[in-house]
Design a protein around this ligand. Sequence first.
Ligand code: GLN
Length: 383
Amino acid sequence: MRPRPSKLPHVGTTVFSVVSQLAAEVGAVNLGQGFPDFAPPTELEAALARAVRDGKNQYVPVGGIAPLREAIATGIADRLGVVRDPATEVTVTAGGSEGIFDAITAIVTAGDEVLVLDPSYDLYAPVVALAGGWTNRVPLDPVTFAIDWDRVAAAITPRTRLVIVNSPHNPTGAMWTMSDVARLADLAEAHDLLVISDEVYEHIVFDGRPHVSALAHPGLAARSVVISSFGKSFHCTGWRLGAVVAPPALTRELRKVHQYNTFGAFAPAQWAAAEVLRSATGHLAALGAFYQAKRDRFAAGLARTRFRPLPVAGAYFQLVDYAAISDAPDDAFVRDLCVAHGVAGIPLSPFYAEPPAGQRLIRLCFAKTDATLDEALARLALV
Ligand code: GLN
C-alpha cells in the first residue's frame, strides 16, 4: 500500500493524553488533563444504574431524549429568561466535543476562514482543517487574556464564515463580558458570520460574576451555536454527554452530521441527566462556590511556592508563571516537573499557533479533592 498523506499532518496525540500517560508512568499527581478526581453526585450514579435496569438501553431519537432536551430548555429559561424550543433548537451530543465537531462540520465548507482566539482549545483548528477550512488565529491580550476586538475585526475577510469563542476560557480562566458579546454581535451582523460559543464551563464562575452566555443576546443568539457539557457540570467527563443549542436552521444542519457521527449519546446517561437536571437544581447553583473554594485553597498554597498564580475568573484551571524557577520552554518544564517533582500540568504552547515569546506559563487543574491539591502543593513547594 502506498503511503497516504495525513489529513492532519501537524497533529499528534493530544497534550492531555500525553501528560496523563506520563503522569501514570511516573506516579505524579495529575493536575494536567481537566477532569475531577471525585465522584459525581450519588443521585446521578443511582439514576444511571436505574436507567440501565429499567431498559433505557436502545437508540434514542437523533436530537436526544425529549425529557433531557426539555430539562435543558427549562434551565436556559430559568437562568437567562430566554425561551428556546427543545424540539427544534436543542441537541444532545456525545460530549461537548462532539457538539463542536458537528457544528464546525455542518458550517464550514472548503476554503472558508474561521477565526479562533489564541490560546484556544486544541480541538477547534484540526476540525476546521478536516472540513477543508482555514483557521485564522487571533491572539488574546497576552496579560489579561481579554479579546482584542480591533484585531478580530481586522482579521475578518470576505471568506470569513465563523468565529469560535470560549467563556469561561480554557486554558486561562478568563471570562468575557456583556460588552464583548455586544461587540461580537455587531461584527457577526456586519459581516454575516456564524458563531460557535463554547460554554462548557458555564456553571463554574467565581466572585459573584455571572456567566455571560451568547444565548442572552438575541441578535448574537440568532447566529450562534452554543455548547454545554453535562460532564463538566456533574463531575462525569467520561460519560461523554453534552448539548448544543442553536436556531432551527442551524440545528437541522448540525443534526445531519450528528446522525452520521454518533447518532446519539449513551442512552442511559441521557435518562439519568434528565432526572437529575429536574431534581438536583441546587447542584448547578452551588457549583461556582464549590470550585471557588478549591481555587482559593490552591492559590493560597501556591503563594508558599515559587510559582506565581494568575487570576482565575471561571473554569477549573489555574495558570501559574514559573519564570522565577526556570527559563525552560513550557513543554520541557512540564516534563521535568512531572518526572523530577511528581506533579503533572499542561504546557500552554499547544493552545497557540505561535505562543508569545518568553511566556513561561503552565496550566494546573484544581478540580481535585483537597487531599490531592494538598499533596500537589507539598510537592510544588519543593520546586
Ligand atoms: N477538556 C480537557 C482539558 O482541557 C481535555 C479533554 C481531553 O483530553 N480530550 O483538559
